[in-house]
Design a protein around this ligand. Structure first.
Ligand code: FDA
Length: 410
């Protein structure tokens, strides 16, 4: 029996793999899409709280460093410029999928992320994409072109359903986040097999944790959410976000913390302004001049009541009527709320991280096509590459754009 031959075999039927397969198939290529998981596109299904934040209108392809992290964020400029949020929005509209904008340009499906999965599967059907799922991949082989030039290079893919051969091999197996729905290190292993450099991986867009004893006074605040300014890093490379913070039993979460986690380095402190935009020293001084209420009660007019109670409870100097408080004590309280410094001990890890930072080193890939510079016909797209977007639809836009760039080149 002869080995079935495909123009392209794509491994990973997630966001990038499905989109690449559809586009390549619609260009007339014979495409096989393989995924080991039982269900297609599980990450799209659980994304955006089940509504999939599928892109972001604020993405500026000319300035990728604004919303993307990696050793060289400029790498994604070419792909992002050639397939923009407006292109994906037009596709979503063509499929009649209703969507809405939340804050900061984030677009979500009105009904469910299932609408987007159905759209991608319909696009694959249009391109006559063959999909093998669930199907594991055991081994990848590569043959160089024959010396007489009669046969070109090809990849041999040994799968649970038998051997297949392809002119091009696309790795779209994503990162390490959420192993229980199918994440593996497959892409990094294939990169290693072909001698590609890798940038160290770590969880990104992830809640941060703190030492149990040090966290005990704040554990009572679990469930409290409030807008903050959060920053990390020394002056030159300092990053800061204005977003909501969420207290949890083990540490901090919410959009503010997820965003900063992608920039946080172990051992580095975070600085959090718990009352951004409020002139706390002035407000407390005014309260002192006109009120006899407890400091906690006055503070509760400026920040959430639970936070006010917890903060005032930290020092006997702050547990008294405000008119009896020393000016210095009020200044310290204001300072501690406006610049709460704390050093996380770690993260909640890949079981909670939305993305994986690091991955295939972009220096090894063409920014126009995502093909390996030193390995013809081998492509890496989506999250497996050392490009990580901010929270807010940027990661899916990178998946669509890198998939599109690759599909045009196959
Ligand atoms: P993706 O992870 O989508 O797909 C990889 C595929 O490869 C999977 O189907 C997997 O089963 C398969 N695979 C892995 N190993 C394999 C192997 N050994 N053999 C065969 N197949 C294998 N982003 C965003 O922009 N907006 C959002 O709203 C969210 N929300 C969100 C919520 C949560 C909870 C998470 C975990 C993540 C997000 N993200 C997000 C991030 C986003 O989901 C992610 O960046 C993209 O799905 C990456 O697309 P890829 O196609 O690269 O990988």
């Amino acid at each position: 029996m002869t080995t079935p031959f495909f123009d392209a075999v794509i491994i990973g039927a997630g966001a990038a793999g499905l989109f690449c397969a559809a586009q390549a198939g619609q260009r007339g290529l014979k495409v096989l899409l393989i995924d080991h998981a039982d269900k297609v596109a599980e990450k799209i299904r659980i994304s955006g709280g089940g509504r999939c934040n599928f892109t972001n209108r604020e993405l500026d392809p000319r300035a990728p460093h604004k919303h993307f992290v990696g050793q060289n964020p400029q790498f994604c400029r070419s792909a992002l410029s050639r397939y923009q949020p407006a292109d994906f929005i037009a596709l979503v509209q063509r499929h009649g999928i209703p969507f809405h904008e939340k804050h900061k340009g984030q677009l979500f499906a009105d009904r469910s992320a299932e609408d987007l999965i159905a759209m991608l599967l319909a696009e694959c059907a249009d391109g006559r994409v063959e999909r093998w799922q669930p199907c594991g991949v055991r081994k990848i082989g590569f043959s160089t072109p024959s010396a007489d030039g009669v046969s070109a290079h090809s990849y041999q893919i040994d799968t649970d359903r038998g051997m297949v051969e392809a002119a091009s091999l696309v790795i779209a197996t994503g990162g390490l986040s959420i192993p229980k729905i199918g994440a593996t290190d497959f892409g990094y292993r294939i990169a290693h097999q072909f001698g590609l450099p890798l940038v160290e991986r770590r969880p990104g867009l992830v809640p941060l944790t703190f030492d149990g004893d040090a966290w005990a006074p704040y554990a009572q605040l679990a469930g409290l959410a409030l807008p903050v300014e959060i920053g990390t890093g020394a002056k030159k490379e300092r990053m800061a976000f204005h977003e909501d913070l969420l207290f949890t039993h083990r540490g901090l979460s919410g959009p503010a913390v997820l965003q900063i986690s992608s920039y946080w380095q172990p051992g580095q402190p975070l600085a959090i302004d718990l009352a951004p935009g409020v002139d706390l020293p002035a407000a407390l001084a005014q309260a002192k001049a006109r009120s006899r209420k407890l400091i906690a009660n006055e503070l509760a007019t400026l920040v959430p009541g639970r936070l006010a109670d917890a903060w005032a409870g930290q020092s006997p100097d702050w547990q008294r009527p405000i008119n009896e408080a020393a000016d210095k004590a009020l200044a310290r309280l204001a300072e501690r709320l406006a610049r709460w410094e704390l050093t996380p001990t770690g993260t909640e890890g890949y079981k909670k991280a939305e993305v994986t930072l690091g991955g295939v080193d972009t220096r090894a890939l063409s920014q126009q096509t995502l093909e390996c510079k030193a390995q013809p016909g081998l492509y890496f797209i989506g999250e497996v590459v050392d490009i990580t977007g901010w929270l807010g639809g940027y990661n899916f836009q990178w998946a669509w754009a890198s998939a599109h760039a690759c599909a045009q080149a196959l």
